[in-house]
Design a protein around this ligand. Sequence first.
Ligand SMILES: Cc1cc2nc3c(=O)[nH]c(=O)nc-3n(C[C@H](O)[C@H](O)[C@H](O)COP(=O)(O)OP(=O)(O)OC[C@H]3O[C@@H](n4cnc5c(N)ncnc54)[C@H](O)[C@@H]3O)c2cc1C
Length: 481
Amino acid sequence: MTHEVPLSPPPAEAATPPGGAPGGTPEAGQATPAQPAPPAPVSPAAAPAGLAATRMAATGPAATEEADVIVVGAGPAGSATACYLARAGVDVLVLEKAQFPREKVCGDGLTPRAVKALVGMGVPVGEQDGWVRNKGLRIIGGGVRLELPWPELSSYPGYGLVRTRLDFDEILARTAQKAGARLAEGVTVTGPVLDATGRITGVTARSTADPGQPERSYRARVVVAADGNSSRLSLAMGLSKRDDRPLGVAVRTYYTSPRHDDDYLESWLDLWDGPRQLPGYGWIFGMGDGTSNVGLGMLNTSDSFGNVDYRDLLRRWLAGLPAEWGYVEENRTQPIRGAALPMGFNRTPHYTRGLLLAGDAGGMVNPFNGEGIPYALESGELAGRFIAQALARPDAAGAERVLMAYPQALKAAYGGYYTLGRRFVQAIGNPKVMQFATKHGMPRPALMRITLKLLANLTEPRGGHATDRVIHALSKMTPAA
Ligand SMILES: Cc1cc2nc3c(=O)[nH]c(=O)nc-3n(C[C@H](O)[C@H](O)[C@H](O)COP(=O)(O)OP(=O)(O)OC[C@H]3O[C@@H](n4cnc5c(N)ncnc54)[C@H](O)[C@@H]3O)c2cc1C
């Protein structure tokens, strides 16, 4: 398809949403290549007729490949962006440095919010499709053990899922391909291509497996950075992380365990660094395949952040658990690996000079509970819908107006909630507050049920229970920043 949006930048103008956020408000680490392999060509198999042909223009020694939109990274954010763009008929090319299947350091836990986003993308989520369902969250802390079922809501399903990122991310990438997106695996993006005004007009990339090969360039009208927490593409565009936003660090590994088929996600609040209770939690998620994903995460709002040996903290915590659960060295099946959790919009602006940020690249992990997958999927959907609208505008100024409204839509969806989250993590960074909250919150199941809704961001956007309305009103009243 051809969109006549000139590549030269129009003057910056006030943003106007394209008829509101697309689809309404979105109710809706790090990767390791499995093994070196030659660069995969853009897969034509899944591309529909009309989009399959790769448009090439000879511009110098290496050919330039073109697409309407280039998405850098095929994690949840990149695949969701590509999926929604392809469904809108846009020619989208995803560049992914790894080859699927590839590992990603994660807890592998999906709340009902993530399930909803998967359903929206058309991913089959039945148990017969290999997903392990969970009924809720079990919280253990302050000598209390509470099982809190996921809330029954019209907006979200009453169950969560577990799946290793090894095949989760591949499922999403193949879903985007089936929708018509082109995917090039084994291609590492090395930097932006800029025009004279500093606007991004494409990217350069090289083969991941054979970095000695000449770089090649890719040209597009719009580029999406969905390259995760470190987002080198954003950095190269001058967008560094914000120090005034929270950051988490988490480590995880797998153990064979009789608890592998637990039907609750489990979280432990009692993480101690000597006499100090740490702001964070340990988790045990049954993978349904004979193993449990076991890990812990903590926040940079604590004085202990940066001074804690996380692997040692994990071992110390596990040493106190019942021996029959099997979380001991002999049963460990993977190395202990860790990565950062960029929270509460820790990289902004989410749109500038032709580049949109989605998922971890835009620091979209929920500060309340450290989950990032739903926000990667939802921001990908939002980015896809805004770009599709922008490309349909007949002139550059109109397209720019639409793209500049993407950050506003993100703020409207999460801004107030993330501001509340930042205050929350600031408060629990004080060990006394964390201890007080555990001691006085845990014995009160009714209070904890409301807390679960707040922490997992699971409320009805309209109507619903009084507690939903209070949480919602709080988020809306709190200024997005
Ligand atoms: C230990 C840990 C546990 C976690 N547990 C959970 C959990 O249980 N539930 C949850 O919801 N969230 C969890 N998270 C957060 C979650 O993993 C992230 O929020 C999520 O992966 C973000 O998705 P993304 O698509 O934005 O980025 P990513 O998943 O990081 O994907 C980025 C993609 O970009 C590719 N890429 C990077 N650079 C380039 C480049 N230069 N060129 C081409 N491709 C590139 C990468 O290979 C990767 O495929 C956890 C995080 C950690 C660290």
